[in-house]
Design a protein around this ligand. Structure first.
Ligand code: NAP
Length: 247
């Protein structure tokens, strides 16, 4: 790696929500190994967060339920107090639920919208104040292909991710003149605990529908995050990494 590139990475501060497990944990580890300063947010998975921190000395951990405004704000304030700035915010925290539409309760709906959509609003609003001041920044929202196509029995989840896509496009337009880019990554099916409810047979059937005939790995998403950080002309895009499942 060239010296200038290395310096650029070492000086960059990245905040990852839901960074203790699954896709978020892979993003944290991938970027920290490259030298980025990473703030890993966790909510319930403290021991996983501690394990990542033990492994990598440029990772700080912070507990916050980002579906709650005060806790999301506290996370962003922590990163700014610690490092003086945020270069990249990755809104990754998310929950899924499979239910018939008529069985979705008010509480289910609120919980999914608060966790998958409102968290991105709270964290971005707070971080953007700092990014505007710095005239530089990048927000990456982890969306889903279901936000593009809609999924049966996942109406709340699909709605939250479709809203994230709209949020991404609108915010990119507003913040472009401040040199802040906003993009979303919309994964297909990725091998994490989120899909642990699927049986072997169900996974086999899904693989048969995917042109590349395989389930994605969290590192496939981390590599796209790295590319977006290094890039400087991509904004307002929903990049779907899905093995060709939807085109
Ligand atoms: P996962 O393994 O179930 O991990 C979910 C992560 O979200 C955990 O780190 C969890 O943290 C965090 N989280 C949930 N609620 C939170 C809250 N209120 N505050 C802070 N953190 C919270 O799922 P994943 O597959 O890695 O999913 C990550 C993102 O990718 C999600 O937005 C998901 O919708 C999206 N996605 C996943 C797939 C897939 O196939 N896996 C496909 C498309 C999109 P704690 O454990 O600390 O609570």
């Amino acid at each position: 790696m060239e010296e200038n590139q290395e310096k650029n990475i070492v000086n960059k501060v990245v905040v990852v929500t839901g960074g203790a497990r699954g896709i978020g944990a892979e993003i944290v580890k991938f970027l920290a190994k490259l030298g980025y300063k990473v703030v890993l947010n966790y909510n319930k998975s403290e021991s996983y967060a501690q394990d990542v921190k033990k492994e990598l000395n440029n990772v700080e951990i912070f507990k916050a339920d980002v579906s709650k405004k005060e806790e999301a704000n506290a996370l962003i304030d922590f990163a700014i107090k610690k490092y003086g700035k945020i270069d990249v915010l990755i809104n990754n925290a998310g929950i899924a639920q499979t239910k018939l539409f008529t069985e979705i309760t008010d509480e289910d709906w609120k919980n999914i919208i608060d966790t998958n959509l409102n968290s991105a609003f709270y964290c971005s609003r707070e971080a953007v104040k700092n990014m505007i001041h710095n005239k530089s920044g990048l927000i990456i929202n982890i969306s889903s292909i279901w936000g593009i196509t809609g999924a049966s029995c996942e109406v709340a989840y699909s709605t939250s991710k479709a809203a994230i896509n709209g949020f991404t496009k609108a915010l990119a337009k507003e913040l472009g003149p401040s040199n802040i880019r906003v993009n979303a990554i919309a994964p297909g099916i990725i091998n994490t605990a989120m899909n642990s409810y699927l049986s072997e047979d169900e996974l086999k059937n899904i693989k048969e529908e995917i042109p590349l005939e395989k389930i994605g790995d969290p590192v496939d998403i981390a590599k796209c995050v790295k590319w977006l950080i290094e890039d400087n002309y991509t904004t307002g895009q929903i990049i779907s990494i899905n093995g060709g499942w939807i085109c």
